[in-house]
Design a protein around this ligand. Structure first.
Ligand code: AMP
Length: 658
């Protein structure tokens, strides 16, 4: 067989197996065989890259990252739904329909709590996917949608054009796993699966989206050239026949039946792989729909019933305070275990002292817990009638429960912080953060290994990592000689990550990856940064006054100086990592204004372009820097309006030299 036919056959076999697995949940090929065929296809594609087709299963892992998303106009708007909150309102809706329509049939279906997208196919091939945006215009997230395995890349029917609408979600089990990982890595947690799905679908790098294992359920046919349907139900059946996972629907006649179905769906929420935030009731006949029509934003022929958040009482066994990586003390109640919206709840956040005071929550109280859209349960009320005798108002501890250092209240809010520079609670998180992938990226230095190193007293600051011997590493549990050597090599390799990552790794308050990048680009070396005054830091534009003061006081504290000195002694690099000359300004847009002394405008533009940047004539939100020479005018004003950082000619010249 020639390679073209073989590739074609492999694609078909693999796509069929994927459909059985991801859409029908009825696998017909074992993983081993699937991987073997996929590998063969990859080999052939590597040898004949010109033969890679967009429907190849290899294209689902995520291609090159984008700089930004382009806008897409929806040919058929993605409408919103009118919410209702009670069975009576459902009846009123049915009455309204009965006034205009003779006999009405309703489709009742779960409302998947995710993000709406439109998927477009031309001649049976997936060509574009876009978010809902404002309903008229959304963002092109085609590459991210390709990574969702239950979206078919080709359809059996080759209609000239077909657009379906569905809801993208993160399956609950994937969400919990992702948050567990993020917690271990000291990264901020996602509040709920919807936020996690939204964050994933809006990743510019499809490889990240691919790892998030999103899924989809299709619930509407937006447009089908050359096919006509008389009901929603028929259209959905057609969509299913084309290989999509659709949202199940039930066809019913009366308001009573509809309300009963809504109750039934509500009772089955726990078993679903997605979060369900309501039930949708729609008129089934498409003819009837056009009779009833739409308002500016919502169809009149449908409503979304929103279930009230589930609430349950439970007894407060204790109030405990946790200390986070940034030293913030967060109180939470420990309650008698109670089943709430699908999970067993044993504790709930209390946010801060003010929240406890306001509600007057005491140990021994019975509180009402609720899980609304958020995954973390909250206390909505205290049942004061049930309060036992002899309880006392809760007093926040005056010292850190972990290290005993005094705590202080933030000047700008209700947060209370531990002041202990070597507080073990923060140390584990600090070092985990320091070693994490986006920071110093030390392979093999996960939370468990770091926990052991701290437990044995081998590390007390991140710098201590660089003084560990291979023997010390080999002495850890589950660490053989070989993996100890690998860990030592990974630690040594991380010395070269450069200033940008180092600044982020240090965990200075409010200095994230972006600020690390900006500071490294602006100052080039840690020494230069250490000399900077607060004013100079604020003048960068993207660094606010509060952040500038955090940076300055961090740099000034004796503990930090000690830490930096030890890092330096270990040979950790404190200047910006080498970048390929052509990449320095990659993804950046500069606008030149006023008269420059050292170069003409054209020269400056050529220098920017030579480093991979763009020189543009007008200031917009996309502008990275405005370079202002003498007598700069309106562009400077525009930059100030949009908050775009402005560089002097000297600063620009210094950047070019880096
Ligand atoms: P809302 O965002 O509250 O206006 O609710 C409308 C949204 O619910 C739509 O934009 C869809 O994204 C989503 N949705 C989820 N499941 C369904 C469904 N079965 N039918 C219609 N819309 C749904």
């Amino acid at each position: 067989m020639d390679y073209k036919s073989e590739m074609q056959q492999l694609r078909e076999k693999l796509n069929e197996a994927g459909y059985r697995y991801y859409v029908l949940d009825d696998p017909t090929m074992d993983d081993y065989e699937y991987d073997r065929l996929l590998r063969r296809l990859e080999e052939l594609e590597a040898a004949h890259p010109e033969e890679i087709t967009p429907d190849s299963p290899t294209q689902r892992v995520g291609g090159a990252a984008l700089d930004s998303f382009t806008q897409v106009r929806h040919p058929v708007p993605l409408e919103s739904l009118q919410d209702v909150f009670s069975p009576e309102e459902v009846e009123e809706f049915a009455q309204r329909m009965a006034e205009t329509l003779e006999t009405v049939e309703y489709s009742v279906e779960p409302k998947v709590d995710g993000l709406s997208v439109a998927l477009e196919y031309r001649d049976g091939l997936f060509v574009q996917g876009a978010t809902r945006g404002d309903g008229q215009t959304g963002e092109d997230v085609t590459e991210n949608l390709r990574t969702i395995k239950s979206i078919p890349m080709t359809l059996p029917d080759k209609l000239p054009r077909l657009i379906v609408r569905g809801e993208v979600f993160m399956p609950k089990n994937v969400f919990h796993k992702l948050n567990r990982q993020r917690e271990e890595n000291g990264e901020p947690l996602f509040a709920n699966p919807r936020n996690a799905a939204a964050g994933s679908l809006r990743q510019l790098d499809p490889k990240i989206c691919a790892k998030r294992l999103l899924d989809i359920r299709v619930f509407n046919l937006q447009l089908a050239d050359g096919r006509a349907f008389s009901t929603h139900g028929e259209a959905i059946d057609y969509i299913s026949s084309q290989g999509f996972q659709t949202i199940p629907h039930k066809l019913l006649k009366t308001a009573e039946e509809v309300n009963a179905e809504i109750r039934r769906l509500g009772g089955g929420r726990e078993e679903l792989p997605f979060d369900m935030d309501g039930a949708v009731v729609k008129v089934n006949s498409l003819q009837d729909r056009s009779v009833v029509g739409s308002t500016a934003k919502c169809p009149r022929w449908a409503i979304a019933y929103k279930y009230p958040p589930e609430q349950k009482p439970s007894k407060v066994l204790d109030i405990v305070v946790q200390v986070g990586r940034t030293g913030v003390l967060t109180p939470k109640v420990v309650v008698e275990p109670v089943r709430l919206a699908g999970t067993t709840v044993t504790n709930a956040t209390l946010h801060n002292q003010d929240f406890i005071d306001e509600k007057d929550i005491r140990i021994g109280d019975t509180v009402v817990l609720q899980k609304a859209g958020e995954i973390i349960p909250e206390v909505v009320a205290v049942l004061k009638d049930l309060r036992p005798e002899g309880t006392e108002a809760y007093q926040f501890p005056a010292v850190c429960p972990v290290c005993g250092a005094p705590v202080v209240r933030d000047e700008d809010g209700a947060a209370i912080r531990c002041t202990g520079a070597e507080c073990p609670a923060q140390l584990h998180r600090n070092i985990t953060h320091f070693a994490s992938r986006d920071a110093m990226d030390i392979d093999g230095m996960g939370p468990a290994v770091i926990g052991q190193l701290i437990g044995k007293g081998l590390v007390k600051t991140p710098a201590d990592l660089y003084f560990l011997t291979t023997d010390q590493l080999a002495g850890l549990d589950r660490m053989g000689q070989k993996s100890a050597q690998n860990a030592a090599a990974a630690i040594a390799a991380s010395k070269d990550r450069g200033l940008e990552r180092l600044l982020y790794a240090l965990g200075i308050r409010q200095v994230g990856q972006k600020a690390g990048k900006i500071l490294a680009a602006r100052f080039g070396t840690l020494d230069a940064l250490s000399q900077a005054t607060e004013e100079e830091l604020t003048a960068i534009g993207d660094i606010g006054g509060v952040t500038a003061s955090y940076i300055r006081s961090w740099l000034d504290s004796p503990q930090s100086r000690h830490l930096l000195a030890r890092l330096r002694e270990a040979g950790v690099r404190m200047d910006a990592a080498q970048q390929a000359a052509g990449e320095q300004f990659k993804g950046m847009t500069f606008v030149l204004t006023g008269t420059l002394e050292q170069f003409t405008r054209d020269e400056a533009a050529a220098l920017i372009e030579g480093r991979g940047g763009k020189a543009s004539g007008s200031v917009s939100k996309k502008t990275t820097y405005v370079v202002a020479g003498e007598n700069a005018g309106s562009k400077l004003r525009k930059a100030a309006e949009l908050g775009i950082p402005v560089l002097t000619e000297a600063e620009f010249a210094a950047m070019l030299e880096q």
